[in-house]
Ligand binder design. Structure first.
Ligand code: PAF
Length: 314
């Protein structure tokens, strides 16, 4: 499958490398020049436990140099989705499948608005991965990927993507409840990401403290009520237990939002807890915990921005 992965952070690089290793013609697209140069010169290094391997694949800074693709995987941060898809218009034909496995709410809808007539497949993945440096990632833990058609019934092309992922060592299933899956992952991010970022703790530590457990219960409880008001069928029955279970299973991980805050990058808060507050507002469901948590993350973003400005003007 001729594949472009737009957004070669840890997860985009990991999925792209598996597909390339399985013999697909894969190109990673990312604005990070050092990462792209390193991958082209030396390949992508992947550390997993005590082992390390290098996968050879192509990377570019700008998707305009590529032609039409069979599969385009979007892995940019949610706030870049619309622009990234618009500027990749040359990659799409009516036979192209566009797949999003991003965190947060609204990515498939943004892709649908920006990409025009393509087949959109959405899903979730529970692999854990971190960028260690240019051209170097850590695969912290293998997990399941679940995909399905965003708008309508699954098609043979969803089957094709799923079987190619499985053939390339990415355990993948198909679901016909994609909204439920996306919301299911959203609730996990609602309960874990901002609390790890605000408190500066590993995922597993959230289960250790009384205060973080209470905050998690409040944020996830509100999100569960919003999901119910929207008629979403979550893929589990006890949301809080699910989120605690993921925090335990990914205990040594630093969540993506904690990594963003530490690096002074914008976070995806508007598409996670902010999205819960916005949906709650539309549906008449109160979400005070999610509103406060969203503002606390924004305060951290503003503080980091101020520090950067002070540094660059001194
Ligand atoms: O965003 C993340 O970091 C991940 O989705 C998760 C599941 C919270 C694990 O760190």
């Amino acid at each position: 499958m001729k594949t472009a992965v737009i957004g070669a952070g840890a997860m985009g690089s990991l999925i792209g490398a598996h597909l390339a290793d399985g013999g697909n013609e894969v190109t990673l697209v990312d604005v990070w020049k050092e990462h792209v140069d390193e991958i082209n010169e030396k390949g992508l290094r992947i550390e997993k436990g005590s082992e390390e391997k290098t996968v050879c694949l192509k990377a570019v800074n700008d998707s305009s140099v590529l032609g039409p693709q069979d599969l385009v995987i979007i892995f940019v941060k949610s706030y870049h989705t619309e622009n990234a898809v618009k500027s990749a218009a040359n990659l799409f034909t009516e036979d192209t499948v566009v797949l999003t496995l991003q965190n947060g709410l609204g990515n498939a809808e943004m892709i649908s608005r920006a990409a025009g007539n393509v087949e959109i497949v959405a899903g979730t993945t529970s692999h854990g991965a971190t960028v260690l440096g240019p051209g170097f990632i850590r695969h912290a833990g293998a997990g399941e990927t679940i995909i399905g058609k965003f708008d309508g019934e699954n098609t043979p092309r969803v089957e094709e993507v799923s079987s190619e992922f499985n053939r390339c060592g990415l355990e993948t299933k198909i679901s016909d409840n994609i909204a439920g899956l996306v919301w299911g992952k959203l609730l996990v991010n609602v309960g874990i990401n901002p609390l790890t970022a605000i408190c500066g703790v590993y995922n597993g530590e959230l289960n250790e403290f009384e205060s973080t457990q209470k905050l998690m219960e409040m944020a996830v409880g509100e999100a569960e009520k919003v999901a119910a008001a929207k008629g979403i069928e979550l893929p589990y029955t006890d949301a809080l237990e699910k989120v605690k279970g993921v925090a335990r299973a990914t205990g040594p991980n630093r969540s993506s939002m904690l990594q963003d805050v530490e690096r002074g990058r914008r976070t995806e808060i508007d598409y996670i807890n902010g999205a819960i507050a916005a949906e709650g507002n539309k549906l008449g469901v109160d979400t005070p915990a999610n509103q406060v948590i969203t503002l606390l993350i924004k305060a951290l973003e503003e503080k980091k921005e101020k520090e950067k400005n002070v540094k660059s003007s001194s």
